[in-house]
Ligand binder design. Structure first.
Ligand code: AQP
Length: 336
């Protein structure tokens, strides 16, 4: 039986952080041998917020290298850069024309990011979920592994599939495949180090709020030393009055590989003075192999280019096939 298809991606908007890793990439790596995987660097999404053209391309290569450094294996997975395949923009346009504006206006991510852009908020930011739907649907993806924050966008993708299939499918023949979100409970929402009620994010103005996968050991140690805690003695999971405590214990559980029960028992009597150095050391050791592999990959640019060229060819074959199917269903003429 053919393996189910997985599609996911990360924006090259800055260095990847522990939220991107634990909420998304690590789960891709752990499950990759069960699926036929497509992982893209979603650079078209990165320009929905103000961006610096001087660093966009380098950031995209860096994210692709980090995918490999985190353990993405090319025998199970295809890695490519979204903008290298024109079908993403083209399908997004076709989907735009059947998407009600009010579906997009109620997206939480749009509302949160639009506030930051004020009067300059772009059509691109509003349209982000439609482009994301195109990314997923072009690969006939069965499953989309993401963090909790992207769930609403996948629901919108599913609504678009229903709409396209109802309007343009014929009888038994659906045009697009219905994808499902794949959200792991642990790590689905890693929170900011400076505010345990906000998600860790690349766009937070404070670098102290996140641990980037490429932070050197002394920076990781400093960020953990300075992170927000509370005055209560003893550490515990799931106390709604102690969001920072829950977040830091969860990080320790995920990065140390110890079970939640073992962590809860070991840390029940601990104070922050004892726990913080333990978390810092665990984080440094968990990221060390990723950082070493990343340096190795970045030192051979020709090899990375070749991987991305192969990825583009493979991804384009699927994307162009689905795009042609949608265009035919919508009634476009075929160029002679
Ligand atoms: N804090 C998080 N906890 C768990 N998962 C997270 N993800 C992001 N933040 C967390 C997951 O990482 C994947 C890639 O995300 P993205 O880069 O495409 O965009 P994002 O979700 O908007 O991530 P950021 O860091 O918050 O970026 P900015 O600040 O640029 O918007 C997704 O699967 C996401 O769920």
């Amino acid at each position: 039986m053919a393996k189910q298809r997985v599609l996911s991606g990360v924006q090259p908007t800055g260095n990847l952080h522990l939220g991107n890793y634990l909420g998304a990439i690590r789960n891709w790596v752990n499950a990759q041998d069960q699926y036929d995987n497509y992982f893209c660097v979603v650079d078209l999404h990165a320009i929905t917020v103000p961006h610096d053209p001087k660093v966009l391309a380098d950031n995209s290569y860096a994210i692709a290298a980090l995918y490999l450094a985190c353990g993405i294996d090319l025998t199970h997975s295809t890695i490519f850069i979204q903008s290298h395949i024109a079908a993403h923009s083209e399908l997004a346009w076709l989907l735009n024309c059947i998407t009600p504006v009010n579906w997009l206006e109620r997206m939480i991510q749009f509302k949160e990011k639009a506030v930051k852009q004020g009067e300059n908020v772009s059509v691109g930011l509003l349209d982000y979920p439609v482009l994301m739907a195109a990314d997923i649907l072009l690969y006939d993806a069965d499953l989309v592994p993401v963090g909790e924050d992207q769930k609403q966008h996948i629901e919108l993708t599913r609504d678009l599939v229903i709409r396209i299939n109802d309007q343009f499918g014929t009888g038994e023949n659906s045009v697009l495949k219905m994808p499902e979100p794949l959200i792991q409970k642990a790590g689905a929402r890693v929170m900011s180090l400076t505010d345990g009620t906000k998600k860790m994010s690349k766009s937070d103005p404070s670098d102290l709020s996140r641990i980037s996968l490429l932070d050197p050991p002394e920076v990781i140690t400093k960020k953990i030393k300075r992170c927000k805690t509370d005055p209560t003695k003893g550490l515990e999971f799931d106390n709604p009055d102690r969001p920072e405590c829950n977040n830091l214990l969860t990080l320790y559980h995920l990065l140390s590989g110890q079970s939640r029960e073992a962590v809860a028992a070991d840390c029940a009597e601990m104070g922050w003075g004892q726990f913080k150095p333990l978390l810092a050391e665990t984080t440094v050791e968990a990221l060390r192999p990723i950082q070493e592999k990343y340096s190795e990959i970045m030192s051979d640019r020709a090899a990375l280019d070749a991987i991305l060229r192969d990825g583009r060819e493979k991804a384009a074959a699927s994307a162009n096939h689905v795009l042609a199917k949608v265009k035919a269903a919508m009634g476009f003429s075929v160029p002679l």
